[in-house]
Design a protein around this ligand. Structure first.
Ligand code: 0RA
Length: 659
């Protein structure tokens, strides 16, 4: 940062207003705060935070679209990972902002939380996760250019790390209106400035589904085809969430022909929802508040569940279909094989929870409850055949749950009979204080054996798992509890699922280890197993992730040797570095051992690189990353459709490694 330049700059423009210098200092302090603690504003400075910059800029254009003034947003990733976002809205105002003594554009671009504040007419709902304002993006960019097409004229202003490089300038005339923001993220702040096309594409697709009628395009100029054209996709949805649900369920077999879809407003809360039942056994309900995926749910989700259960139950009782049933039906039974998306717009959302993605506003609950009730009642009346199919499915779910409970009780009784026995395959540790104990879930018996030899048996336990644990997405609940591997996980960890009829709640009171570490091979298969195990924990032991007890071990990819020099490497970069340092840049001058599996390491090596708390790196699984794994998984793995498998291989890293 060039101190002299700022001083000069603010001195020159101080004449505009008496307040100017005071305001300008506040601005600099604000921008500096963002640069000092970027994670506080955008979540983190890794891949996720980097992509949030783009979301933040696009969100502003989406707001303009929601206000009804914009229908097209074009996003371009340029060769050097500069990103540009163009919309055809009204253009950010450029007139003098009296109080601040500078143009409105400059205020929006440089004052924290200034975006949209002075436009009372616009329908603006503030975002929770990304609602930090475009000024944060500006502060974290070495270069940013804002270009405004408005009232026949073209204006622009450029900034560096948030500081204006000159006053706003007029450069020409135009017939169009809109805003173009072009920025280059600061490489001294982000560990890597390289956008992932697939990550941006999923978010743009999601936004198009959530905001019917607008067109979002994404172009990647880093990747040109033979004719020199950039990679390009266009996202547009006329039917909104109805199409979103069809997309999610693309590889599932649907139970009814039509998606149940409603767009409404209840008590001033705009609600849109879409519902479809399929033949699977899993629940896939995604909820959004102001376009933000509320992973932790909240009042809108509670309202949805309550409305769904009550409406279907009343209908089923009235129709007499439940009279033959010998046991009760509970809330979960109405959601087996259910795919739904709920989207609400809330003026002043209260976000709670670990990742601030849980809606707290209590009035939203009733609004969604009423919306689902209206939509369902109408649908059930109009489509009696489908109504019967849905109720039959609910009865099937209740029956299966009953069977599952029996199976579970059998497991628990057996456990008691064998003296509360731990699984035979578990090599337990000697310490008994959960806070200092760890358990490694290890893929395969042979790697399990190595881990047993290598561990510190005082506080490290080993549980070998055989092959791929059950794909819980496809399995019936009682099958899940019949699986040997899964029973072993439950008993080894000392947790149980509520035995009361109505409870899926997890009992963590007797959890035996406060670190549960997934340890698999560092290859595609290993990553796949990681995703499976994470999906299992996300679906059946979510509380354990929320409490921060779940981790992934990171075994090395290579061992490099040159004479007496030996080094483990975890990345291609580290490998190249070693070759340069000790092999004079020649690959064949260095002995390279590639670890395809854990089994190729001996016990001491495994301890040194992966298990020793002094040396190892454990990645903590966050509820966000687990939800992402689950989402990629359940959206794409409903059935093993070959083209989708390819997608998973490509995105496997994104699904698990980005924690
Ligand atoms: C406030 C007022 C007005 C436009 C905008 C904000 C606006 C902001 C962004 C950010 C990206 N694209 C945008 N487009 C518009 C205009 C008020 C008026 O014209 O009366």
């Amino acid at each position: 940062m060039n101190q002299e330049f700022i001083d000069e700059n603010s001195r020159n423009r101080a004449q505009n207003s008496n307040d100017y210098s005071a305001n300008s200092i506040t601005v600099l302090e604000g921008l500096e705060a963002v640069r000092k603690r970027p994670a506080m504003y955008i979540g983190d400075i890794g891949t996720r935070g980097l992509h949030h910059l783009v979301y933040e800029v696009v969100d502003n254009s989406i707001d303009e679209a929601m206000a009804g003034y914009c229908d097209t947003i074009d996003v371009i990733i340029k060769k050097d990972n500069t990103v540009s976002v163009k919309d055809n809205g009204r253009g950010i105002p450029v007139d003098l902002h009296e109080k601040e003594g500078k143009s409105a554009l400059e205020v929006v671009m440089t004052v924290l939380h200034a975006g949209g504040k002075f436009d009372k007419d616009s329908y603006k709902v503030s975002g929770g996760l990304h609602g930090v304002g475009v000024s944060c993006v500006n502060a974290l960019s070495t270069y940013l250019r804002a270009e405004v097409h408005r009232k026949g004229k073209i204006y622009f202003q450029e900034y560096s790390i948030g500081i204006p490089q000159s006053d706003i300038q007029q450069i020409g005339t135009t017939e169009e209106t809109g805003t173009i923001i072009t920025f280059k993220a600061d490489e001294s702040i982000f560990s890597l400035v390289e956008y992932k096309y697939s990550v941006l594409a999923s978010r743009m697709r999601e936004l198009a589904f959530l905001n019917r009628g607008i067109t979002i395009t994404l172009a990647d100029e880093r990747e040109l085809d033979e004719e020199g054209n950039a990679k390009f996709e266009k996202f547009h949805s006329e039917r909104g969430l109805e199409e979103f649900v069809e997309f999610i369920d693309e590889s599932r077999e649907k139970l009814t022909e039509k998606v149940i879809h409603i767009v409404t407003e209840k008590n001033d809360v705009p609600v849109e929802l879409a519902i479809q039942y399929n033949t699977s056994f899993s629940e896939n309900v995604y909820s959004y508040v102001n376009n933000i995926n509320t992973i932790e749910g909240g009042t809108h989700l509670t309202g949805f569940r309550r409305g769904l259960t009550r409406t279907l139950k009343t209908f089923a009782e009235k129709s007499g279909m439940l009279s033959k049933l010998k046991f009760d039906i509970n809330g979960d039974d109405f959601r087996e094989g259910l795919t739904a998306v709920i989207s609400v717009k809330v003026q002043e959302p209260q976000f709670e929870g670990q990742t601030k993605t849980k809606l707290g506003n209590s009035d939203v609950s009733l609004a969604v409850d009423q919306a689902v009730s209206t939509a369902l009642n109408y649908y059930l009346e109009e489509n009696p055949r489908d109504a019967k199919i849905i109720v039959d499915k609910v009865i099937l779910a209740a029956t299966a749950r009953h069977a599952a409970r029996k199976a579970r009780e059998l497991v628990q009784r057996k456990t008691v009979m064998t003296g509360g026995g731990l699984p035979g395959k578990l090599a337990d540790c000697s310490d008994k204080d959960p806070a200092s104990c760890e358990v490694f879930l290890v893929e395969g018996d042979s790697a399990g054996g190595t881990a047993k030899q290598g561990r510190n048996r005082r506080f490290q336990a080993i549980l070998p798992l055989r092959g791929k644990i059950l794909n819980v997405e496809k399995a019936l609940q009682h099958r899940v509890f019949e699986s040997e591997e899964i029973k072993n996980i439950f008993t080894a960890l000392g947790v149980s699922i509520g035995t009361e009829e109505d409870s899926k709640a997890l009992n963590l009171a007797k959890l035996r280890y406060h670190k549960v570490v997934i340890m698999t091979d560092a290859d595609v298969d290993g990553r796949h197993i990681n995703t499976l195990i994470m999906t299992f924990f996300f679906r059946f032991m979510r509380e354990l992730i929320v409490e921060g007890y779940l981790y992934i071990a990171t075994p090395p990819l290579y061992l490099l040797k040159k004479g007496k020099n030996e080094r483990y490497c975890w990345s291609e970069q580290q490998r190249q570095d070693f070759i340069r340092e000790f092999g004079g840049g020649k690959e064949d001058a260095v002995h390279i051992q590639r670890y395809k599996g854990l089994g190729e390491m001996n016990a001491e090596q495994l301890w040194d690189t992966t298990m020793n708390p002094e040396e190892r790196t454990l990645r903590q699984i966050t509820i966000e990353s687990a939800a992402e794994a689950d989402r990629v998984f359940s959206m794409l793995m409903g059935d093993d459709v070959p083209p989708r498998r390819e997608f998973i291989e490509e995105n496997a890293t994104y699904a698990n490694i980005d924690v």
